[in-house]
Design a binder for this molecule. Structure first.
Ligand code: NDP
Ligand code: MG
Length: 341
């Protein structure tokens, strides 16, 4: 009776599964890979691999474009055989997604191997993530960012903070376990709020001393323990520019790989036009000021290269489209344009 029931259950599950969308089937498959170690090990033999070297992704130049190559398991083996211990290296990979056809994608950091050998073999170069994110195709940059963050998390969680003993990653890299204490560690992100403050007709942008010359962006800050998004925005705006937020509206969110792994939560914040006098926290910011619509529209057209003035200074320019700050600024422009039309 039990066997009949199980067979029926399997048949119903497979029928339901066939009815699911490509997306649902893909997410269920990825979840299975995280939970089932032997399935994941098997997937490593048919998957594709993105390479990193000390957290810098491997890119190939094709004309003016930069491609992020995916190596097959066989190609990986070919490269790793040059260094021996091929099997051991594949085990260090982390699962970062899969194609619609369920071909798993892994990322692997070969930081301990000679970089120049891999670069000449594969005809490309390991490129700093900050540069890579802005030169690759739109759909590749979030993938590189999440792979980088996951690899970085594994690198910095090699030991259990309770026992000091080494931790072991599961094949998918979705967690690490200390077998001495039984503690399981999961990859973490830090929530960060980013707010484009407006007084109704102007928006406020700021720069930190470490920014490239001329770059201004929206105010941002890490959430404190126990804070919600509204509280974090109100506090950061008060701390950094001395203004009180009257209302805020959520816009979107984005994973951001700097400095570790952050979840950027982007909002539009409104302050009263009568109480819009800025007092800048100079420990955190080099400058913060109001921008009118025209100046923002001009700044959006400018690139870092075209921002240099004859006197050596820089005209303002804003983060590129891959950064959520850019989206906030674009939305503000649209809203202002619609209001003034
Ligand atoms: N994608 C985008 O469009 C944008 C992204 N960002 C990102 O937002 C992040 C936060 O912005 P920022 O204004 O600098 O933040 P904050 O205003 O919170 O100031 C940064 C300081 O906060 C301290 N801090 C508190 N918690 C953390 C934590 N979990 N990790 C690291 N530092 C922490 C550090 O101080 P100390 O070093 O003294 O300990 C750090 O220097 C930045 O990493 C930046 O890359 C910012 C703007 C645009
Ligand atoms: Mg800040």
């Amino acid at each position: 009776m039990a066997a009949v029931y199980q067979a029926l259950h399997r048949r119903v599950s497979s029928l339901i599964c066939r009815l699911h969308s490509t997306y649902v089937r893909k997410m269920r498959y990825l979840n299975q890979l995280k939970e089932d170690d032997s399935l994941c090990r098997q997937a490593q033999t048919s998957g594709t691999f993105y390479l990193f070297h000390n957290l810098s992704p491997f890119l190939q130049k094709a004309g003016k474009k930069y491609l992020v190559p995916q190596l097959s398991a066989a190609e990986m083996k070919g490269i790793l055989e040059k260094f021996q211990e091929a099997e051991q290296w594949i085990e260090k990979s982390v699962l970062i997604g899969c194609s619609d056809e369920h071909r798993p994608r892994f990322a692997l950091d070969l930081g301990a191997l000679d970089k120049s050998v891999i670069e000449s073999e594969l005809q490309g170069s390991f490129t700093d993530l900050r540069k890579a994110l802005f030169v690759v195709d739109g759909e590749d940059s979030p993938l590189l960012a999440s792979a980088h963050s996951l690899l970085q998390w594994h690198e910095s969680h090699q030991y259990c903070s309770r026992t000091g003993q080494p931790t072991q990653k599961n094949p998918a890299g979705s967690k690490r376990v200390c077998h001495a204490s039984g503690v399981t560690y999961y990859p973490q992100m830090s929530p960060v709020v980013i707010a484009l403050v407006s007084d109704g007709s102007r928006c406020l942008l700021a720069r930190q001393p470490s920014f490239p010359p001329g770059m201004f962006t929206a105010l941002s800050g890490f959430c404190d323990m126990g804070e919600n998004v509204e509280e974090a925005v109100r506090r950061e705006v008060a701390e950094e520019v001395g203004l009180e937020v009257e209302s805020l509206r959520y816009s979107a969110s984005q994973h951001w790989p700097f400095p570790g792994s952050s979840l950027m939560i982007a909002c539009h914040a409104l302050v009263g036009a009568q109480r819009a006098e800025i007092s800048v926290d100079t420990l955190e910011l080099e400058e913060a000021r109001w921008f009118g619509l025209e100046e923002i529209v001009e700044g959006l057209k400018r690139e870092p290269r075209s921002s240099k003035r004859d006197d050596g200074g820089c005209l303002p320019w804003f983060p590129p489209k891959q950064a959520i700050a850019h989206q906030l600024i674009q939305e503000w422009v649209q809203q202002q344009t619609a209001q003034t039309a």
